[in-house]
Design a protein around this ligand. Structure first.
Ligand code: PLP
Length: 374
């Protein structure tokens, strides 16, 4: 048996971010316990106001996860039974789950090699088979929303943005979450804005959608014991709203630190034969939820780094169209070559606010050493 390796560079370390708000969070939770303000508490309304403003939207509806935010956006946005929803092949499973759970039909299209986001040309080709499109701002980089907006308008598609990985990202003068009929955010603990448990939010300008989403998140009630819709228990917890309220003012600085780390990697790792750095189209200002490089043998590179105390991640080794969960959709290997290549070759390097220069140096030195030896 080999001795366990000491981890010098974790893939992600949430401790510095959580410590930064711990004291204030504990004070507010103590008050919440005294007040008995457990569901739809005052902190929920306060967070909704602040996050709407942050997103450049009039409304925010706090919900219990990113998946709920996506699913409720579709349900409240008027998705009809079996209607097509265009989604990218490179995403987290929740994008497809949301469509299925809302009663829609996922219409999967490949991603573009330019930004790993939904391919706009293929989206236009698929538009006839759909009434919604759900672009995902993957790894913290916005999809090409100007072009997708044009396509949506031309083909009468509603856009729901999956902004779960892209709090604060910008592209071509647009902010993530500010474009579609609605946008969904996740506050899973490791997201750019993370709760201390599960949480999510919908942002939108649309009064009708917002009123319906507010009802559906709490059993479809529009007033006490009057159920207009069949809904869910999908409220944002008051405790999580407290955490998010305390963290939101720090998000810009945390995103800046992520950008600095990404810049460090880009400088130090460019030009290595066999390593492809993340793509960043002109006009795109990503928030680097993940820093995904590509190499022909990512598992081998991951093992090499692991032996040197560096953790990495794979996002995602299985494109959604090849997941057993979605087999019934009838897609096959070879259908989406760009997404499949990304799944085969992608490796996420450590990146989080508070990552130190010695840690970044260590990763870069090890990556250089690996490619020197291959
Ligand atoms: C792209 C994307 N969509 C949806 C989700 C679902 O969010 P949650 O885990 O909060 O349900 C996530 C995150 O996990 C995600 O990365």
């Amino acid at each position: 048996m080999t001795a366990p390796t000491t981890v010098h560079v974790p893939f992600v370390d949430l401790q510095p971010m959580n410590s930064a708000v711990k004291e204030q969070v504990l004070v507010r939770i103590a008050k919440m316990i005294d007040d008995g303000d457990f569901t739809n508490g005052q902190a929920v309304a306060e967070f909704e106001r602040h996050f709407a403003e942050y997103s450049g939207r009039r409304h925010c509806v706090g919900v219990s996860s990113g998946l709920d935010a996506l699913r409720l956006s579709l349900l409240a946005g008027g998705l009809t039974a079996s209607a097509g929803v265009i989604v990218p092949a490179s995403t987290f499973a929740a994008t497809v789950e949301a469509v299925l759970q809302a009663g829609g039909t996922p219409v999967i299209v490949d991603v573009s090699d330019d930004d790993y986001n939904i391919d706009t040309g293929l989206s236009e080709l698929a538009a006839g088979a759909a009434s919604f499109i759900m672009p995902v701002h993957l790894y913290g980089q916005m999809a090409h929303m100007r072009e997708l907006s044009r396509i949506a308008k031309a083909h009468d598609l509603q856009i729901i943005e999956d902004a779960c990985q892209a709090h604060g990202a910008r592209r071509d003068g647009l902010r993530s979450g500010s474009v579609g009929l609605a946008a969904a955010f996740s506050f899973y603990p490791s997201k750019n804005l993370g709760a201390m448990g599960d949480a999510g939010a919908i942002v939108s300008e649309n009064d009708e959608l917002v009123a319906k989403a507010r009802a559906i998140r709490a059993h479809g009630e529009v007033r006490k014991y009057h159920h207009e819709y069949s809904g869910y228990t999908a409220r944002l917890d008051t405790i999580q709203a407290i955490v998010l309220l305390e963290k939101l003012p720090l998000l810009a600085e945390w995103n800046r630190q992520r950008q600095a780390a990404a810049h460090f990697y880009t400088q130090a790792l460019s030009g290595l034969d066999g390593l492809q750095l993340p793509r960043q189209p002109d006009g795109s200002d990503p928030v680097w939820h993940l820093f995904v490089v590509r190499s022909p043998h990512p598992e081998q590179l991951a093992a090499f780094l692991r032996d040197r105390g560096i953790q990495t991640g794979r996002h995602y080794p299985e494109p959604v169209h090849l997941s057993p969960a979605f087999r019934s959709l009838g897609y096959a290997s070879g259908d989406f070559p760009v997404a499949e290549a990304l799944a085969r070759e992608g490796l996420s390097l450590p990146l989080f606010p508070g990552i130190t220069e010695p840690q970044l140096d260590k990763v870069c030195e090890a990556v250089h050493e690996y490619f020197r030896g291959t």
